[in-house]
Write a new protein. Structure first.
Length: 487
């Protein structure tokens, strides 16, 4: 366990030089204070969780103090936003403070979001508000607990600094960590600005640090791209299986590591709705729930375009062709498990599709349906869940098919079925209204609800005593919350 001044820095991205990032110091927040910290994320850095409560913690992550070995940098990148290319983006309000490594030798970026203006702030103020910082913190840690790859969050620091959005709010910072903050948009930036040397340096950096096993392949860059395609197919399969809607799948928000990254107006589905759009400025539904699958491929093809100086177009196309079959295989595998099946049959895809079709427009809670399905035997569970559906005849037909499929799957006790299903079907997810309740309390200075919610969501598959209120369907007011995309 380390104290704060014992972190070991190795700022590899900063060493790439000024073409990649600009030195910028954080702008401190007024009266910084700890809102919430993640013990699990602190453990990644070998940090003793007790240090979160010390004043120096809030000073460090509220922009007042800096380690002598830190090298705060704003990174430059670009990206396709809602399908159109924006030539220059970059860390407009986040700073890569440095990279630290733990006792196991793993490197972690310390990225402070909301740290003030940078050369890439464009029209923005460089700040992040408390509301969006809490949402990012909760989502990163909740996704991780669900087994969905994500950037992590160490803490949220609140403050008295006024920040103007639709109304006056308070500034906050979230300390985000990941093995890398390199996005698809980093490659696009050097490709479209025609800087082949820097682009090659970036590609080498990513290959050496994050895909070293690809070095062994005859075409290392191609092997790396294939790996990125695979990781994204797996990631998006998990989003779809668990009902996570990212909301802003621009290529500058896509991680080169295939992890969930850059949280905005994201949402988990409450009632199942394939066409759900969580970002209310996404008028055409480009990033609707079901569109995440083809958009994943679209984004990978934008990255492929940027890699054409290194890899032949034919090879890139072939690698891109892996995406959809891999996505489908991963998704089906997860959905089989969510249904409690241990074997594979050809018709399983159809079984899943029919179920989702019945759920659509029925007002069935996506998370609780699967949880309840595992509570008891298939026959008892479907009989109990039946009333939630509108098309009862349709559901009965599905239920017969499901029961027959479960019978063919093997002989398992109710106990075995429950244990297996509850291990993959969460009871607690980050519902928008739960986040909203925690944010409202935090905005009035009470951080206990954010902390409790974080705690509950860190064990989403385990029923926790006294936490029933977190495992409910949302109340009417909480069903169609408009989450502001300003952050
Ligand atoms: P996002 O929508 O958060 O992914 O951000 C898109 C781009 O806008 C990135 O380059 C951000 O750094 C930048 N940006 C977002 N909000 C702000 C802000 N308040 N101040 C400065 N830049 C911002
Ligand atoms: Mg972004």
């Amino acid at each position: 366990m380390k104290a704060l001044d014992e972190l070991t820095f190795d700022n590899r991205f900063a060493r790439l030089g000024d073409a990649f990032s600009t030195h910028v110091l954080p702008e401190p927040l007024d009266a910084p204070r700890l809102v919430v910290a993640s013990d699990a994320a602190m453990a990644l850095l070998d940090l003793d969780p007790a240090v979160a409560e010390t004043p120096v913690f809030a000073e460090l992550f509220g922009g007042h103090k800096l380690w002598a070995e830190a090298e705060p940098r704003a990174m430059v990148y670009s990206g396709h936003q809602f399908g159109g290319y924006t030539p220059q983006l970059g860390d407009g309000r986040g700073l890569l403070l440095g990279e630290v490594y733990n006792a196991a030798g793993e490197h972690w970026d310390l990225h402070l979001k909301g740290a003030g203006m940078t050369p890439y702030s464009r029209m923005g103020d460089g700040r992040a508000v408390l509301r969006s910082s809490i949402r990012e913190f909760l989502a990163s840690e909740a996704l991780h607990a669900l087994g969905i790859p994500s950037s992590r969050a160490l803490c949220v620091i609140g403050s008295d600094t006024p920040v103007w959005r639709e109304k006056q709010e308070r500034g906050a910072m979230v300390l985000r960590t990941a093995h890398s903050h390199i996005r698809f948009g980093h490659f696009e930036y050097f490709y479209y600005t025609k800087k082949p040397e820097q682009q090659a340096l970036l590609a080498e950096h990513v290959l050496n640090l994050h895909y070293p096993e690809c070095r062994e392949q005859p075409e290392p860059y191609l092997a790396m791209f294939r790996e990125i395609v695979e990781r994204n197919a797996e990631l998006i399969a998990k989003w779809q299986a668990y009902g996570f809607c990212h909301g802003v799948m621009n290529t500058d928000n896509m991680s080169i590591l295939g992890i969930t990254f850059d949280f905005g107006p994201f949402a988990f589905l409450d009632d199942f709705d394939a066409h759900f759009i969580c970002n209310h400025s996404d008028h055409e539904g480009r990033y609707s729930f079901s569109n995440q699958v083809p958009i994943g491929q679209w984004n990978l093809s934008a990255l492929a375009q940027a890699l054409t100086p290194f890899i032949s177009v034919d090879a890139l196309k072939e690698a891109l062709g892996l995406y959809l079959p891999l996505y489908q295989a991963n998704y089906l595998d997860l959905m089989r498990r969510r249904l409690g099946l241990t074997t594979a049959e050809d018709d399983d895809q159809h079984l899943v599709e029919r179920l989702l079709k019945l759920m659509q427009n029925s007002g069935v809670d996506y998370t609780l349906f699967f949880r309840r399905l595992g509570d008891e035997s298939a026959a008892l569970a479907v009989a109990r869940l039946r009333d939630d559906f509108v098309d009862l005849a349709g559901f009965d037909a599905w239920a017969e098919q499901y029961k027959a499929r479960v019978a063919r799957d093997g002989e398992y006790s109710e106990e075995q079925r429950r244990a297996r299903m509850h291990a993959v079907n969460p009871l607690y997810i980050l519902r928008n209204y739960l986040a909203q309740n925690a944010i409202a309390a935090a905005e009035s200075g009470d951080y206990s609800e954010v902390r409790r919610l974080h705690e509950v969501l860190s064990k989403p598959f385990e029923e926790q005593a006294g936490m029933e209120q977190y495992a409910q369907r949302p109340p009417d007011w909480g069903k169609h919350l408009e989450i502001s995309c300003s952050s």
